[in-house]
Design a protein around this ligand. Structure first.
Ligand code: SAM
Length: 246
């Protein structure tokens, strides 16, 4: 978690304007799957600057965003989240400061691949959900082919040393099921098209590591070029939307 706080603490402002975080098909799909209701209490885990939080706020009674990095939440409160029924709590995902069975709905978008203890975080999700509550996870996933999985995860780690793991879909499902949630895959057809240079800039990747990312993309094997749709300036990362029920 220390690595993530250092990384996101220095890059918070870039996430306010990041198009892949502020909007996207994955965010719309998350809202559709979560189906928030006006009387419900919601938690958005790894809320960052609050792009998901502010989409949920008008649809529920109350929503809390929990994140390890104070600077992300401060940047969000200053310019993203204006809703009066939204609050922030600084917290490690694996040690949430909420009583058992507090929330009807928990969401977590594009954050769990940074969690040092994703298994512990999902156990906390199950603990703070009320019986019958829903958890919607949106995250990047690694392909089942181990070489492609390694290609993607190594690229992410070079770009941002706080990256932990884009699990395979089976890996994400196993983590949720081990936490006691009944799971369903809601969509595995989403991708985010990434502009390589903007992606490196947002993370303030040191020059030597950025050069290695560019080299790997330039010299990528044919299977990686096809899977990640690598061009001279862009590539695509696959995303999954999972629903877990308690
Ligand atoms: C890309 S941002 C999240 C984006 C956000 N969910 C959205 O929809 O815009 C990833 C966030 O995960 C948070 N994070 C990383 N590790 C964490 C942990 N162990 N506990 C809580 N938050 C963590 C980081 O501080 C960062 O704000």
């Amino acid at each position: 978690m220390k690595d993530a706080r250092a990384q996101f603490g220095k890059t918070a402002a870039a996430y306010v304007s990041s198009a892949t975080h502020a909007s996207g098909e994955d965010l719309e799909r998350l809202i559709a799957v979560a189906a928030p209701r006006s009387h419900e209490r919601a938690l958005d885990l790894g809320c960052g600057v609050g792009h998901t939080l502010c989409r949920i706020a008008p649809l529920v009674a109350f929503v809390v965003g929990a994140d390890a990095t104070l600077e992300m939440m401060q940047a969000g409160r200053a310019s993203v989240v204006t809703a009066s029924n939204a609050a922030f709590a600084q917290s490690d995902a694996a040690a949430l400061p909420f009583p058992d069975a507090t929330f009807d709905l928990v969401t977590c978008r594009l954050a769990a691949h940074h969690f040092t203890d994703a298994a512990g975080a999902f156990r906390e999700v199950a603990r703070v959900l009320r019986p019958g509550g829903r958890f919607v996870l949106v995250d990047n996933y690694g392909p089942d082919d181990p070489a492609l999985d390694a290609f993607l995860n190594e690229l992410e780690k070079l770009r941002d040393a706080s990256h932990v793991r884009n699990h395979t879909i089976a890996g994400w499902l196993a983590l949720l099921e081990d936490a006691g949630l009944r799971t369903a895959v809601e969509s595995d057809l989403l991708t985010t098209k990434i502009t390589t240079e903007g992606w490196l800039e947002r993370s303030q990747t040191p020059a030597h590591r950025a050069a290695e990312v560019r080299r790997r993309l330039r010299e990528a094997p044919a299977a990686a070029v096809a899977t990640f749709r690598i061009t001279e300036t862009t590539f695509a990362v696959p995303k999954v939307v999972l629903l877990g029920r308690l």
